[in-house]
Write a protein that binds this ligand. Structure first.
Ligand code: BGC
Length: 753
C-alpha cells in the first residue's frame, strides 16, 4: 500500500506553522491556469454517468462496506458525508485512486461547527468575543483535528443573520449584525481553510445557508422567509459576500423558501448574485434533501422537476436526496437541461478537489490524530470561552470572588452538565473531555469549600424535591453560584422555542435562593439569548456564558475568581420576552419614535371609560420601547471612561475616508480588555436608514488607570447601501458615535459631500 503520506514530524511542524503563519509565510497556490487545464482535461474524459456521480453526495451510513466500496469503484458519488476515520478514509481513497476509472479522489464532508474534538463555544458565543483573531485560530484547530480524520470539507461557517432568538439555529450563527458577522465570516473561512489549501490541515469551508434561512417566520425552523431586496443586500448577504472575498471554496443553498422561491432552486440568489455579480467559481452544494423538499414547498411537482429547477438555478452537488442521479440523464435527453450546465457544475466541483491538492495527496497521515485535544488546543478553547462570557450585572463587591473565600454553594442544572456545556451541533466532541464549572471551582478552592447541590437535575426539571438541599447548601456558604440555562438539545436545528425564558422551575429556585440573603451570582449557559429580566432582578451578579464548550468550566472559574475580567459583549439584542421579537438595534425609525417621557407603562394606566390617548408612540404597553440589554453591551470588573472624539475632518466626499479618534481610560483597579465600538447614522436617505449601524470595533487591553487612544478608519465606501435600485453613497449629514455599546457613546457629526 503506497500512501503518499508526509512524515509525522513534518506534519506537526506543518500544523504549528500554519497556526502561527502570517501572510508573510504564504506559499503560492497552484496557478489558476494549471488548475483550469487539469479540470478541462479531466472533464473531457468523463462519461455522463461519471459527471452525475461527481454531482452527488450521500451519507452512506445505511450501506454495507462492500456496497460503499463498489460505489466508489464505479464513481457513483463524488463526495460522502459523515464517513471518517483514518483507516476508513484511506481505504476508500485508495479504491478511488487505484480502482476507479478516472482516479478522482473523494471529497469527505462533515459538520464541524465549533470544534471537532476540542469544542469551542457555540458560534454565537464566539461572536460575543468580538475577537476574530482568536476565533480564526479556533477554526484552524478544528480543521487540524477534523483533517486528521480525513475530513476535507466542513459545512461551516454558518453565517445566517437572525433577528429571532426563538429560532434554535441562532446558536450556530454570529448574531444580528451584518458588520460583526462579516468580520467573523472572514475569520472563520480563513481559519478553516488555512494559509494554503494544499496544507494537510486545510479543510474546504462552506458558507451556509444561502440565503435568508435565519429569517424563518415566527422563528419556526425551515419556515418561509420574506425579505425585501434592500434587507437582503444590506444585511443578509453581507457575511456571505465577506466569505466569498475571503476565498471560501463552497456555498450551501438553504432549506427556506425566499420570497416564494425555495433557495435551492433560486436563480436570483444562486446565478444572478453569487455567480454573475460576485463571480464565485467554487461549488454550490444543496442542504440535506433540500432539492427534493421543493416538492413539499409546492414549487415542484416531482423529483424530476426538482432536479431541473436545482440544476437550472445553479446547485452543483446534491446532498442526500437523489434527484440528480435519477433524472439528470433523462432531462438532458429531453433537451431540458443543457450539457454545458452539467459541465459547469462538474468543473466547479473538480476545481475544489484540485485546489485542495486531493489528487496529489488524498490520504490521511495516521500520526496526525495524535494531536487531538492537545494542551495547546484546550488552552485556546479556554481563552475563547473566557472572552465569550458577558457580564450583564455586578452589584458592588459581588464579583470577582476572592480565591480565599471560605465556602461557596454551587447550584443549578448546568453546574455539572458535561454534555450540555458543549452546545448544539457537536458530533465528535465528547462529554468526558468537558471540564465543568463544578470541577473547575473545586480545583480553585478545594473540595471542602464547595457545597454542591444541583437543585434541579436538568434545565427543564419541574420537580422541586431538590430545592431543600440547594437552599441548605446556600445557607451554609458565603456566596451562591447558580449555573442556569438550557440543555444543549433545546437549541440547534429543528429546536426552536416559542417562549425563551429559563426552562423548568429554575426561576423559582433562584427566587428561593435570593431569599437567603447570600450574594447570588447567576451564570447562564444557553444556546440563545434568553429573556432573563426576572433573574437579573433577583441576582447580585449575572454572567451570560452561552454554551462554552469543552473548557467552559475553567474559563468561567477564571472570571469568577478574577484571574481575568469579563470582556465579552452581546452579539445580539436581548429582549424582555418573546413578544418583543424582532428587536434589533439597527431598525429604521418610525414616524413616532418613543422616548422615556412618552411611554405609558401598562400598570400605570387608570381605568378609562372613553377613548383616550396614551401618547400614540411606538412602544409596547408592557415591555416599553427598550430591550432588556442592547446590542454590544457588556460590563467589566473595571470602569471605562470615553473622551475626546476627534474626526480628521467634518466632511468627506464619496471616495474619501475619515480618521476617527477617541480616548479610553481604564478608571479602575484591574487590567482589562474593552471592546470599543464605532456606529454611524445616515440621517436622511433615498430609502429610510437604520437609527445606528456598526462600522468598526476594536478589542483593546488597558492596564489599571491607563488611557489608550483608539483610531478607526471610516472609508466612505462603508456608507454604501442598496436603495432598492442600486448601490449608493448618498450625500448628507451623518451622526457618528464611539462607545462601549450600541446605546451609549461619544457623539459627533460629519457631512458627505
Ligand atoms: C443542516 C446543514 C448541515 C447538513 C449536513 C442539514 O440538516 O441544515 O446545516 O450542514 O444537515 O449535516
Amino acid at each position: 500500500m503506497i500512501y503518499q503520506l508526509i512524515k509525522p514530524s513534518l506534519f506537526i511542524i506543518y500544523l504549528f506553522a500554519s497556526l502561527l503563519c502570517t501572510s508573510s509565510c504564504k506559499q503560492p497556490e497552484p496557478k489558476k491556469n494549471d488548475i483550469e487545464s487539469r479540470v478541462n482535461n479531466l472533464l473531457s474524459e468523463m462519461t455522463l454517468d461519471e459527471k452525475i456521480g461527481q454531482m452527488s453526495q450521500i451519507d452512506p451510513g445505511y450501506m454495507s462496506v462492500d456496497q460503499i466500496n463498489k460505489t466508489v469503484r464505479d464513481g457513483n458519488y463524488g463526495s460522502f458525508l459523515n464517513v471518517f476515520g483514518v483507516a476508513k478514509i484511506n481505504a476508500l481513497q485508495k479504491i478511488a485512486m487505484e480502482e476507479s476509472r478516472l482516479k478522482i479522489p473523494l471529497l469527505i464532508g462533515r459538520d464541524v461547527i465549533h470544534g471537532y474534538r476540542t469544542i469551542f463555544p457555540i458560534p454565537l458565543g464566539m461572536a460575543a468575543t468580538w475577537n476574530p483573531e482568536v476565533v480564526k485560530k479556533a477554526f484552524r484547530i478544528s480543521s487540524a483535528e477534523a483533517s486528521s480524520q480525513g475530513i476535507k470539507w466542513t459545512f461551516a461557517p454558518m453565517i445566517d443573520i437572525t433577528w429571532d432568538p426563538r429560532w434554535g439555529r441562532i446558536a450556530e450563527g454570529c448574531g444580528e449584525d451584518p458588520y460583526l458577522a462579516s468580520a467573523f465570516s472572514k475569520a472563520m473561512v480563513e481559519g478553516i481553510q488555512g494559509e494554503q489549501l494544499t496544507d494537510p490541515t486545510a479543510v474546504a469551508a462552506c458558507a451556509k445557508h444561502f440565503v435568508g434561512y435565519g429569517f424563518a417566520e415566527g422563528g419556526r425552523d425551515y419556515n418561509t422567509t420574506y425579505i425585501s431586496e434592500p434587507v437582503l443586500r444590506n444585511v443578509v448577504l453581507k457575511p456571505f459576500k465577506a466569505a466569498k472575498e475571503a476565498g471560501v471554496l463552497t456555498f450551501m443553498s438553504g432549506f427556506n423558501d425566499l420570497n416564494g422561491v425555495p433557495t435551492s432552486g433560486n436563480e436570483f440568489t444562486l446565478r444572478q448574485v453569487l455567480r454573475k455579480e460576485w463571480k464565485f467559481d467554487g461549488m454550490v452544494v444543496s442542504d440535506w434533501g433540500s432539492v427534493s423538499e421543493m416538492i413539499s414547498h409546492g414549487y415542484c411537482a416531482d423529483e424530476k422537476e426538482a432536479a431541473l429547477k436545482a440544476i437550472t438555478a445553479g446547485v452543483d452537488m446534491e446532498m442526500s436526496s437523489t434527484t440528480y442521479v435519477k433524472h439528470l440523464k433523462t432531462l438532458i435527453a429531453e433537451g431540458k437541461v443543457d450539457q454545458t450546465m452539467i459541465d459547469e457544475a462538474v468543473k466547479n466541483i473538480l476545481r475544489v478537489k484540485f485546489k485542495l491538492g486531493l489528487f496529489e495527496n488524498p490520504y490521511v497521515d495516521p500520526e496526525a490524530e495524535k494531536q487531538m485535544l492537545s494542551p495547546d488546543f484546550l488552552d485556546h478553547a479556554r481563552t475563547v470561552a473566557r472572552q465569550s462570557a458577558i457580564l450583564l450585572k455586578n452589584d458592588p463587591n459581588t464579583l470577582p470572588l476572592s480565591a480565599g473565600i471560605s465556602s461557596v454553594a454551587v447550584i443549578g442544572p448546568l453546574a455539572d452538565a458535561p454534555r450540555d456545556q458543549l452546545g448544539t451541533w457537536v458530533f465528535d466532541g465528547k462529554a468526558e473531555n468537558s471540564v465543568t464549572p463544578l470541577t473547575a471551582i473545586k480545583e480553585v478552592l478545594g473540595d471542602s469549600k464547595v457545597n454542591f447541590a444541583a437543585g434541579l437535575k436538568y434545565s427543564r426539571d419541574k420537580s422541586k424535591t431538590g430545592f431543600a438541599a440547594a437552599i441548605a447548601a446556600a445557607k451554609k456558604s458565603q456566596a451562591i453560584l447558580f449555573f442556569a440555562g438550557e440543555e444543549w438539545i433545546l437549541s440547534g436545528e429543528g429546536q426552536s422555542r416559542g417562549e425563551i425564558n429559563l426552562p423548568g422551575v429554575q426561576e423559582e429556585l433562584i427566587e428561593e435562593l435570593a431569599k437567603t440573603g447570600k450574594p447570588l451570582i447567576v451564570v447562564v449557559m444557553a444556546g440563545r439569548p434568553l429573556a432573563i429580566g426576572k433573574v437579573v432582578e433577583k441576582s447580585n451578579a449575572l454572567l451570560y456564558a452561552f454554551h462554552g464548550g469543552s473548557m467552559a468550566g475553567p474559563a468561567l472559574a477564571d472570571l469568577i475568581f478574577g484571574k481575568e475580567s469579563p470582556s465579552g459583549k452581546l452579539p445580539v439584542t436581548f429582549v424582555k420576552g418573546s413578544g418583543q421579537i424582532p428587536f434589533y438595534y439597527y431598525h429604521n425609525n418610525t414616524g413616532r419614535p418613543a422616548n422615556a417621557k412618552s411611554w405609558t407603562p401598562m400598570d400605570s394606566i387608570p381605568v378609562i371609560n372613553s377613548q383616550a390617548s396614551l401618547g400614540y408612540k411606538s412602544f409596547h404597553l408592557d415591555y416599553g420601547f427598550t430591550p432588556l440589554f442592547p446590542f454590544g453591551y457588556g460590563l467589566s470588573y473595571t470602569t471605562f471612561k470615553y473622551s475626546n472624539i476627534i474626526l480628521s475632518s467634518s466632511e468627506m466626499d464619496s471616495k474619501g475616508s475619515l480618521t476617527v479618534k477617541a480616548s479610553v481610560l481604564n478608571d479602575g483597579n484591574v487590567d482589562a480588555d474593552e471592546i470599543v465600538q464605532l456606529y454611524i447614522r445616515d440621517r436622511v436617505g433615498s430609502i429610510t436608514r437604520p437609527v445606528k449601524e456598526l462600522k468598526g470595533f476594536k478589542r483593546i487591553h488597558l492596564k489599571s488607570r491607563e488611557t489608550v487612544g483608539v483610531t478607526f478608519e471610516l472609508p466612505a465606501s462603508a456608507l454604501e447601501f442598496f436603495n432598492g435600485k442600486e448601490n449608493v453613497i448618498e450625500p448628507g449629514e451623518f451622526d457618528i458615535w464611539v462607545g462601549p455599546n450600541s446605546d451609549e457613546g461619544l457623539h459627533s457629526v460629519f457631512i458627505v459631500k
